[in-house]
Design a protein around this ligand. Structure first.
Ligand code: ADP
Length: 860
């Protein structure tokens, strides 16, 4: 069965076989090396022992040889024949004597003999001639012999070349007289002495011997048949590299007489034990290799048959399971581990297959549209829900409806983005009448390619609901604005007639004496004032609501605030029979730079509530100035405490909401709009301050306000006195042009002016005013701002530019905004009166007119 990837990866059988072969090889080599070492040590020891033995044999041989020569020589010297030779000179008899001796002891005989008398050699046995030694050589040797040495190693130059000899002399003594007659010399030739070498060979148990005299090789038994020469042996000796496996060379040094180590014998022995050992090892190595090869071959075969076959089956099983959809049970293996792996894989495949089926079902039966895309943005798989969503009734490849193409075009860039790794959510794509919200994320496949999974959700209703909610919010905002605008307009509309009522009632109050009507007018006046206060609250609140409210800061004396407070609330408290306590920690001349009107509004709202809801006891108002700290401005702390009815704890949080009153019945009993505290709260917020309230029903309430405040310096003392109105300001009637569109306002203003004896002409708009000015001259113009067609500011500009540059123009404006004042002054107005025109404000304006314009006009 061919298995994939077998070229790249090794088979299990190969791996096991290799491991086995390596293990056996290492083990065998180890054993061989160890036994080689052991044997080699033994052999070396043996070689050393043999060497010692050989050396000792050589020594013994030489000693024995020389000793036997010595004994024979000494006995010969003592023989009668030798002694008689000196008496009868019987040379022949001496020759026979030694010949006989040599025949008797051939082994112990010397190579040559000679006898000396005095300083001459008188006899020799003639053997020396065989070695090339003539009588001159013998005489030379005789003279060279050291009388103190037993044996002498001597060299002489013979006719056959240099001859190396061992020579010993022994005295020949006359037995009767003891006189030394001469000396008997015995010599041994060392060069090419076949007999000596043969004996040496035999005695030393060697294959060959080599003799060295001094440093010269003089004899050897080496024949041309041998595979070594004297030279090669000599090289080995001098290099010290004796190859034990080939030859064993033993060096024996011998001393002769006084000359130490003069003679060296090299015994050459072939080394059979080492050779045998080497051969035996070679044999075993080859045998081991053969065994290992056989074992590996057999193991491989066995493994192939057993393991690989089983493994192949397992692999084939996994391959089939992976490549095909159906998953079959593993048929089992005779190897336990493979059996276990096979069964585990089988279970895993089954589980995977179940999961795959589950996912497929989820994909197919999902109600949400699911589409799987390739990373290039083409559809790979699409579930039935998605087909339904896209109205796909044909095959994907044939789909080309307009909505389908538009969908693909919208999705493709998103798919490409998601395939880079981004997870996209909340992508709304309209399909036909509906809107689907898609989520896209990348998935990695087994073959490492990227797919993009997109899932959609029908959010048509949600989108509709979102649209509705946006519409509703807009409508709510619009209606809130409309409400605020309406409130602003209405309160303005109501204020104008109300000003009329108030103005008239003030005029009536001034003029009439009738006590009965005076009281009714008083009620009329108070009701009007109250209605105006409520209206002002509504107006302020709507201004705050639509964000057009701004603080108008200016410098003022704090004392003015207290004076006003005293002026308004002391009479009220006295009237209600409650005590008003004012505690002021601020110094008398403290000047502040803030919006005085709004500060008063906060204070008066709190105090008027305290007075309103207190029936006995006191209302205590205290002021403290908290010093400036790091990163914190100075703070004006206002505390309003009363002993009134208190507020229920569950309502204390709501009292700052607009139109809220702690009890519905309160409205009827105490009046009020429920806007006061809402305005206070908003104003405090605009001031960047804080407000806090604590209360107990039946015992009283305490409000605490802290406002960041700037203190001002160097304000002139302002002695606010109660203004006494003097209607006789002008000795003659002043000619006044009143420009006012509203009848009531015009009527009241006219009535007030007439009280000062003025001559008033009324123009109801800017155009009419300009007409009057062209034909008549006036000493004063009272100019309203909100005129039809052209505003008061514009009319003022036109008067100044075209008609009269000098006539005093006193503007009247309902909003007390600095911007409006500045615009009037810029247009050329001389003074600004804040509407509604009241007795006091008109008086102050006219006083201003009198001081700055009237007399100067008269002088002109
Ligand atoms: P109103 O015009 O009704 O006074 P506010 O906004 O000023 O409206 O006050 C809201 C409600 O808070 C009041 O109706 C009253 O129930 C309660 N309240 C305010 N101040 C006090 C106080 N000092 N003592 C008792 N209740 C108070």
């Amino acid at each position: 069965m061919p298995l994939t990837n077998f070229n790249k990866h090794k088979t299990l059988a190969t791996l096991i076989t290799r491991t086995l072969v390596w293990v056996i090889t290492i083990f065998t080599v180890g054993v061989l090396i160890q036994s080689w070492h052991l044997s080699r040590d033994i052999v070396q020891e043996e070689v050393k022992r043999t060497s010692r033995q050989t050396s000792s044999l050589v020594h013994n041989f030489f000693e024995y040889r020389l000793a036997s020569l010595q004994i024979l020589q000494d006995s010969n010297a003592k023989s009668d024949t030798v002694e008689n030779f000196f008496n009868n000179h019987d040379y022949r008899g001496l020759d026979y004597f030694f010949l006989r001796e040599d025949n008797l002891e051939p082994i112990h005989s010397p190579d040559f003999r000679f006898i000396s008398h005095l300083s001459d050699v008188i006899w020799d046995d003639g053997n020396a001639l065989f070695y090339g030694l003539e009588s001159s050589n013998l005489t030379e040797l005789f003279h060279k012999v050291d009388i103190h040495s037993n044996w002498n190693a001597l060299v002489t130059d013979s006719q056959l070349g240099l001859k190396h000899t061992l020579i010993r002399r022994t005295p020949i003594v006359q037995s009767e007289s003891g006189e030394v007659l001469g000396f008997l010399f015995a010599g041994v030739i060392l060069d090419d002495n076949a007999g000596l070498l043969a004996n040496l060979l035999q005695g030393s148990n060697s294959d060959d011997v080599i003799l060295r005299f001094g440093d010269k090789f003089i004899a050897s038994t080496i024949s041309p048949d041998d595979n070594y020469t004297v030279q090669s042996i000599s090289d080995l000796i001098y290099s010290g590299e004796t190859d034990l496996s080939k030859l064993l060379i033993t060096e024996t040094n011998l001393d002769v007489g006084t000359k130490q180590n003069i003679l060296t014998i090299f015994s050459v022995q072939r080394n059979p034990s080492v050779l045998a050992l080497r051969n035996s090892y070679l044999f075993w190595i080859f045998l081991s290799l053969a065994v290992i090869t056989t074992i590996s071959f057999l193991t491989r075969r066995w493994l192939n048959r057993k393991v690989t076959k089983e493994l192949s089956e397992l692999m084939v099983y996994t391959k089939v399971a992976v490549s095909q959809d159906r998953v079959e049970k593993f048929s089992g293996s005779s190897i336990h581990e493979f059996n276990h792996i096979g069964n585990t894989l089988s279970n895993t495949f089954e589980r995977l297959s179940e999961q795959e089926k589950l996912f497929q079902d989820l994909f197919s039966f999902s109600l949400s549209p699911i589409i799987v895309w390739t990373e290039k943005g083409t559809i790979l798989q699409i579930n039935p829900a998605a087909k339904k969503t896209l109205d796909l009734f044909e095959e994907l490849s044939q789909a080309n409806s307009k909505s389908f193409v538009s969908f693909i075009n919208q999705m493709r860039p998103l798919v490409l983005k998601a395939s880079m790794g981004a997870t996209l959510t909340g992508i709304d794509v309209p399909i036909g009448e509906k809107v689907y919200r898609w989520s896209l994320s990348a998935i990695q496949t087994r073959d490492d390619s990227t797919l993009v999974l997109s899932q959609g959700q029908d959010i048509t209703k949600l989108v509709e609901a979102e649209k509705q909610s946006i519409k509703a919010r807009k409508e709510a905002e619009w209606s809130a604005k409309a409400r605020t605008d309406f409130l602003a307009k209405m309160s303005h509309e109501i204020r104008t007639p109300l000003n009329g009522i108030l103005g008239i009632s003030q005029l009536l109050k001034q003029g009439g004496d009738d006590g009965k009507y005076q009281e009714q007018i008083e009620v009329l006046c108070n009701s009007g004032e109250h209605l105006l206060a409520v209206l002002n609250d509504i107006l302020d609140f709507s201004k705050i609501e639509n964000g057009s409210f701004k603080l108008e800061k200016h410098n003022f004396k704090f004392k003015e605030v207290i004076t006003a407070l005293e002026g308004i609330y002391r009479p009220l408290c006295d009237h209600k029979n409650i005590e008003l306590i004012i505690r002021n920690d601020l110094s008398v001349n403290t000047a502040l730079n803030t919006d005085q009107v709004r500060l008063n509004q906060i204070l008066f709202n709190l105090v008027s509530n305290a007075v309103k809801f207190t029936h006995q006891g006191h209302v205590e108002v205290s002021f403290t100035l908290e010093p400036e700290e790091l990163n914190k401005a100075a703070g004006l702390k206002i505390q309003v405490e009363d002993t009134g009815i208190g507020i229920l704890s569950n309502q204390i949080q709501q009292i700052f909401d607009p139109f809220v009153q702690s009890e519905a019945t309160l409205t009827r009993e105490y009046g009020g709009s429920g806007l006061g505290l809402a305005i206070v709260k908003n104003l405090v917020t605009i001031f960047d301050g804080e407000i806090d309230v604590s209360s107990e029903v039946g015992r009283g309430t305490r409000f605490e306000v802290i406002l960041p405040i700037e203190t001002a310096i160097g304000l002139a003392e302002n002695n606010a006195k109660e203004t006494v109105i003097d209607f006789n300001l002008f000795p003659e009637a002043v000619k006044v042009l009143l420009v006012e569109d509203n009848h009531t306002n015009a009527f009241i203003a006219k009535a007030f002016c007439e009280k000062y004896g003025m001559d008033v002409i009324w123009a109801k708009d800017g155009k009419e005013a300009l007409e009057f000015l062209k034909t008549m001259s006036f000493e004063l113009i009272l100019m309203d701002n909100q005129l039809p067609f052209v505003s008061g500011i514009e009319v003022t500009k036109q008067i100044r530019n075209t008609i009269d540059k000098t006539v005093p123009i006193y503007a009247c404006t309902a909003d007390n905004l600095t911007s409006t004042r500045q615009a009037f002054f810029a247009a050329g107005a001389d003074f600004v009166i804040v509407k509604p025109i009241k007795k006091k404000s008109l008086y102050e304006a006219l006083r201003h007119f009198k001081r700055y314009h009237y007399y100067s006009a008269c002088e002109h």
